[in-house]
Each structure stands twice: as C-alpha cells, then as structure tokens.
Design a protein around this ligand. Structure first.
Ligand code: ATP
Ligand code: MG
Length: 422
C-alpha cells in the first residue's frame, strides 16, 4: 500500500492554497497598515519554553504536546502555540532594551496531539499578533480592531466577540478562593478532570467542554465582581474603546484562557457556523509571561487566529487571477523562437504559460482554454517562415498575425486593462 500522511496532518492542494494565499495576503496588508512587523521563530523549542509558560496543569502541556528527546537527550517540543516562542525570542535578543514597544505578527503551523475531527487537526495553522511593552488598554482595543478588520476584509461578518477580564496577581487569589469554594460545594457534579483542576488550575474548570461541568458552573461567581481597582479601570477602558470604534462585544464572565500567563483582558471570536469547534480566534493580555520565562517584566497582549477554521468561514470571492497569455507551440523550432519571448514577457511582469505537453494545435488550444487564457499565441511552421505569430483573442474569438518582435508589446497592451489580479 502506498504511504499515507499522518492522521491529523493535512495536505493543502493547489485548489486549497488560493484561499490560504488570499487570507495571508489580506492579513499582511492589514498588519502593515497597523505597523506590525513579522517575526519567525523556530517550530522546535526546548520543552521548558512551553511547560513554563503555558503551565503544567493544562490540556496542552499534559496531553497535547509533541514532545520527544532529541539525539542529544534534551527534551524538545514542536510548538503548540506561538506566544511562548515569540516572547522567548524577544527576551533572548533583548528587544525590550532596544525599543519600549514591539508590535509583532507571525503565521505558521502549530502542533497538538488532539483527536482529529472537523476543525481540529494535529498540525494546524495560526496567524497571530503579540504586542510587547505597552500595558495600557489601548493595545487590547487595537489588536481586537485589527482582528475585526482581518475578518471583515475576508467578508467573514457573522460571529461574536466574547470579552472578559481575568484580573491580575493582586485580585486573582481572592477570586480564586471564592471560585474554589463554589466548585468544592459542587464537586460531585464535575468530570474527573475538573475535580483535579479545582485545586490545580481552578480557573480552567470554567473552560471545560463537558456539558455537566458547564451546567454546574452556570452561576459561578464572575471575575468582574472581584477585580481590583486597576484591573477594573483597565477593563472599563477596553469596553469604552471598543464601543467608541463601533465593535460589538458580549460580556463573557466564564471566558478564561487555558494558558496560565494571561492577565486582565481575554477575548474570543466565536461563531455558530463551525459546530463544536466554535472558536476562530482567541487572545488577551499576558503580563506575567516574560517573567515566567526568566525575562524582565514585559507586559504583552496578543491573539491567535485559527486559519483552518477561518478558511471554513470564508465565502467571499477569491481575487480574479491575472490575465494569462498561453503559447501554443508546434514543433521544436517554434519553441526555440518562442522561449526567449516568453521569458522576456515573464520578466516584464506578464503572466505567460507555455505549452509543455505538445500534441496537436487542437489539444493545446483546449489546454489554453482550461487554463483560462485570454490570449493564445500560436507559432507553427508557416508562422516561423514569416518570423510571425498568430494571436487569438479567446473572448472575442478573433485572431491576427504579428511579427515575433512586436509580440511582448502587443500582448502587454492587450492584457493591461484588467491586469490587477493576483
Ligand atoms: P479549542 O477550545 O477549540 O480547543 P484552544 O483554546 O485550544 O481552542 P487556542 O490555544 O486559544 O485554542 O488557539 C487559538 C485558535 O487556534 C483557536 O481559536 C482555533 O481557531 C485554533 N486552534 C486551536 N487548536 C486547534 C486545532 N487542534 N486544530 C485547528 N485549529 C485549532
Ligand atoms: Mg484546545
């Protein structure tokens, strides 16, 4: 039997990558408008990068990481998310000493050993941003606006923004104590995982997907009632900022992040169009992360957008391809004459395909049609004698003969008016 790909690891074929390309291009365009710069960190990191930042008692670290000893015996992990590596890189390269604010974005594959299903893969892709340095609410508002603009530019308009604050080290202990007391009283109603989490990672109980657990926490105490004055002011400013930008949000008192380093603002962009996997993007503030990784105090805020889930939501049109000229070549001499012209045109920015399969003129024309060519250049023995080529307009169904040397100019002129596609 032929070798197959690993379960949960998916190929993207040319019929898929057009949409991916559009998404990445739109995201890059918007990042540049907002002044975000790209960072590319390695896929493989020492395991501590994730275990120290994500937290030992989390689904990701306990069950989902691709962790193995490398040949030198060090434990390494394929990144399950982007933030930890970005912050590790910022500390390692002392970026905070070079500038007080870094606005970064990344895109690329992440790896989690989860049960593969619709919208849940073992290699999936995220587009994310991290703002490191500034700690104010304007950053949180800005990244949410940026996310909204990416979704909007891809015509993904259904969905809601869930918003919460999960406080800071000043007010969290107090809140956790009251939450823990609430959960302990209902211990019997929780799944085994949650029973363990009550002591080990209390906040995460609110995040459990088991419906009995969700019901049991329906009227759990809300963090917003326990925020310290500084967190309260921050949360209030974020809400006012979003309202000022016309961005709707839904207060979500049970929205907590699975990752321990998050502080204050947390948000998630959800939709009911994706079944159980309803989260398209998730993010928030993580003022404690750099410290947890052995770095300086470095406030941060960011989000990660799941590309596979976004692809499933994109229904808008793909940008039209640039107009195409197709060279149908009959014989070796035709190829010898045409190839320098084809190359010159490509170097001048004209999209040109040259037939590679040979055969009759009829079969080459059929391929030109299938490729969506608007012009076909035909060169056969008769044309060669005259140093010419026949140019056929596939839309108008007309054709005319031109000298080979005039071809690039004639074709460029012909294809120009609508040549703004991809
Ligand atoms: P979920 O609740 O769906 O497990 P999560 O909380 O684990 O999500 P995050 O770590 O916040 O997800 O990642 C941000 C985004 O990345 C998610 O909103 C989702 O779009 C995407 N994502 C996460 N895990 C996967 C996966 N296994 N397959 C596909 N996309 C994923
Ligand atoms: Mg998950």
């Amino acid at each position: 039997m032929a070798i197959q790909s690993i379960k949960g690891f998916k190929d993207l074929l040319p019929s898929d990558t057009e949409r991916w390309d559009q998404i990445e291009r739109e995201a890059r365009r918007i990042f540049s408008l907002y002044g975000y710069e790209e960072i590319r960190t390695p896929i493989l990191e020492f395991t501590e990068v994730f275990s120290r930042s994500i937290g030992e008692v989390t689904d990701i670290v306990e069950k989902e990481m691709y962790t193995f000893p490398d040949r030198d015996g060090r434990s390494v992990t394929m990144r399950p998310e982007g933030t930890a590596g970005v912050v590790r890189a910022c500390i390692e390269h002392a970026l905070p000493s070079k500038s007080p604010a870094h606005k970064l974005f990344y895109m690329g594959p992440m790896f989690r050993h989860e049960r593969p299903q619709a919208g849940r893969l073992r290699q999936f892709h995220q587009i994310g941003v991290e703002v490191l340095g500034p700690s104010g609410p304007s950053v949180d508002v800005e990244i949410i606006a940026l996310l909204a603009d990416i979704l909007d530019s891809l015509e993904v308009r259904e969905g809601s923004l869930l918003l919460n604050s999960i406080g800071c080290p000043v007010c969290r202990p107090d809140y956790l104590a009251s939450l823990r007391a609430f959960l302990e009283e209902r211990r019997d109603r929780f799944c085994e995982n949650c029973r363990r989490r009550i002591a080990a990672n209390t906040l995460r109980v609110l995040d459990c997907k088991v419906s009995a657990c969700r019901e049991a926490t329906a009227d759990a105490p809300a963090f917003s009632q326990h925020l310290c004055p500084a967190c309260d002011a921050h949360f209030d400013a974020v809400r006012r900022g979003l309202t000022g930008l016309g961005i709707d949000f839904v207060p979500a008192p049970r929205l907590v992040r699975g990752l321990d380093y998050y502080t204050r603002t947390t948000f998630e962009w959800v939709t009911d169009r994706l079944g159980a996997q309803n989260a398209v993007a998730a993010g928030g503030r993580y003022d404690g992360l750099a410290r947890a990784l052995g770095g300086p105090d470095l406030p941060g805020s960011g989000f990660a957008l799941g590309v596979e889930r976004l692809v499933a939501l994109c229904a808008g049109p793909l940008p039209p391809p640039r107009p195409l000229a197709f060279f149908a070549l009959l014989g070796e001499e035709a190829a010898r004459l045409a190839d320098p012209v084809v190359r010159r045109m490509r170097r001048e920015g004209i999209r040109v395909e040259r037939d590679l399969l040979g055969g009759s003129l009829k079969s080459q024309l059929r391929r030109a049609d299938k490729a969506g060519a608007s012009l076909v250049v035909i060169i056969g023995d008769e044309e060669i004698k005259r140093g010419a080529a026949v140019v056929r307009d596939m839309n108008e169904k007309t054709q005319a003969e031109f000298s080979l040397s005039d071809l690039p100019e004639i074709i460029a002129r012909h294809l120009q008016p609508s040549s703004s596609g991809r």
